[in-house]
Design a protein around this ligand. Sequence first.
Ligand SMILES: NC(=O)c1ccc[n+]([C@@H]2O[C@H](COP(=O)([O-])OP(=O)(O)OC[C@H]3O[C@@H](n4cnc5c(N)ncnc54)[C@H](O)[C@@H]3O)[C@@H](O)[C@H]2O)c1
Length: 370
Amino acid sequence: MRILVTGGAGFIGSHTADRLVSLGHEVTVLDALTAPVHRGRKPNYLTPGAELYVGDVRNRDLLANLLRRTDAVYHFAAYQDYLTDFSTFTDVNITSTALVYETIVAERLEMMRVVVASSQAALGEGLYRCPGHGEQTPDMRPEAQLARSEWDIRCRVCGGPLEMLPTPERIHNPQNAYGMSKYGEELVAVNLGRRYGIPTTALRYSIVQGPRQSVYNAYSGACRIFNLHYLLGGAPTLYEDGEAVRDYVNIHDVVDANVLVLTDDRADGQVFNVGGGTPYTTREFAEVVRHQYGSDKPGVVSGEYRFGDTRHILSDIDAIKQLGWTPRRTPADSVAEYAAWLSGMDGLDEILAAADAKMRALGVVRKAGA
Ligand SMILES: NC(=O)c1ccc[n+]([C@@H]2O[C@H](COP(=O)([O-])OP(=O)(O)OC[C@H]3O[C@@H](n4cnc5c(N)ncnc54)[C@H](O)[C@@H]3O)[C@@H](O)[C@H]2O)c1
């Protein structure tokens, strides 16, 4: 197939493009090489054999030109950050998706599949259960609660403890501008796909880990930060009490899922969670990274928390397992590969300091009781 990969110079896009080329597809990448992910030049890992167009996915003429000679699209280009320019999230992530469909419909293009990258952020706090009051999908925890170091979410009826459940696709409860834009992207893609007969799949990735994840983007998360701390001889901060739960999925497993839904008719019109399937507390994940570096310094609970973080989230991956996909790599595999990738890089101490300063300047990192 002739396949267009938007955001194909990024982390997930470039690994996907590599696999597509190795499978014999003709791959075109459309990527604006945006900061802070990129530093104004092509990354050296760019897929050999893929043709790169440097440009914005919202450039109507460029997009139309590329779609005219395309059989399938992976739409990965996205804006991801903690900043408060809410309209940029909707503009880059939702408008670009609408433009893909608008062009396909206007030009009557025959598209075999459009795959859009959604996110676990569309699930928000996810699904919980109270033994007495049943299922609940809580909202963001109030600031006053976090300031008292009360981390767990409680039943909205009786105030008792809640059990966290794996969150299936039927739940969508995004709490931040990024999550809302990803849910919007999903709605646009799946609904317009159904309405106009354009085979479409949306994949809600959990936290994806592996090499090429930008070290410059504050959004890149725990894998980057924890690796940098241990590589530089320190130990990471564990926000809250270190017991928040997440699931982590390896980049090669994500690429397996991406390739699977390209041709599987059962994926048409569907949204799938693509996650690691196994819950890890932040503390447990920090231990995975600590072992990688042979450090004797565990992560440190400092009484700090991040504004807007979900307490727990674990994606239910049963639906995509029905298609034959399952995560085959562990977070330890991802960390080992990421550490090997970092080992050749200069200036990592400055990156770590800058990331920390940025999060503090944005007021994202806060201290309980302050
Ligand atoms: N990495 C994760 O953990 C994760 C989790 C859930 C969802 N996702 C989604 O997966 C997709 C890929 O994420 P990633 O981690 O590879 O991110 P990334 O930042 O590494 O890659 C995104 C790429 O898109 C490009 N881009 C950004 N804005 C653009 C625009 N307007 N026009 C053209 N190109 C543009 C960037 O230059 C970058 O190369 C995104 O849609 C993201 O929302 C990622």
